[in-house]
Design a protein around this ligand. Structure first.
Ligand SMILES: [Zn+2]
Ligand SMILES: [Zn+2]
Length: 170
């Protein structure tokens, strides 16, 4: 996306773009973003450029409990200011960065705003049962045949003894 820094009308100009799938693996559980739809209005004065609008996408995530891939819709409000002069950069603490030249590509900031909307915990459903710690089956598909983890520790000991008792007879 290229936003020109000059010759913008006083009321601003709207820019719309859809970016193709982005592969990102910088956070645990995140595999990427599906197409990102961006709509922003750009306004500029000699010192700064301000972008306001919205970005929508779907995050491709891996559940931290059951390891299934799932998608989560993300919407981010965009309000991003770029300094066009070094003086303005020093004045305004909320500026994203200094931009030199005749255009800015706001993709890093917009992707950052979308990723900031990700939940703290990456779970496919609030009630995801996860994987069995013993056999690895997905407990969302139904219970496995392992002794219940919530059962008494003596039950588990009993199965261990049975297994040990079985082996010499083979
Ligand atoms: Zn899950
Ligand atoms: Zn199991």
């Amino acid at each position: 996306m290229e936003i020109p820094l000059h010759h913008l009308p006083p009321g601003g100009r709207q820019f719309k773009e859809t970016w193709p799938h982005l592969t990102i693996e910088e956070k645990s559980g995140l595999r990427g973003l599906r197409a990102v739809a961006v709509a922003v209005t750009a306004r500029a004065d000699p010192e700064r450029l301000r972008l306001q609008g919205q970005a929508e996408s779907e995050a491709l995530l891996v559940c931290s409990r059951c390891l299934a891939e799932f998608e989560l819709p993300l919407t981010a409000e965009i309000d991003c200011t770029y300094a066009l002069t070094r003086d303005y950069l020093e004045q305004d603490a909320d500026v994203a960065r200094l931009v030199e030249g005749d255009h800015v590509d706001p993709q890093p900031e917009i992707v950052g705003l979308l990723l900031a909307e990700l939940p703290y915990q990456t779970i496919c459903h609030d009630d995801c049962k996860g994987l069995c710690a013993t056999c690895g089956s997905d407990l969302n598909q139904g219970p496995c045949h392992c002794p219940s983890a919530s059962g008494s520790p003596f039950e588990i000991l009993k199965t261990l003894r049975t297994k040990q008792g079985d082996s010499p007879r083979d």
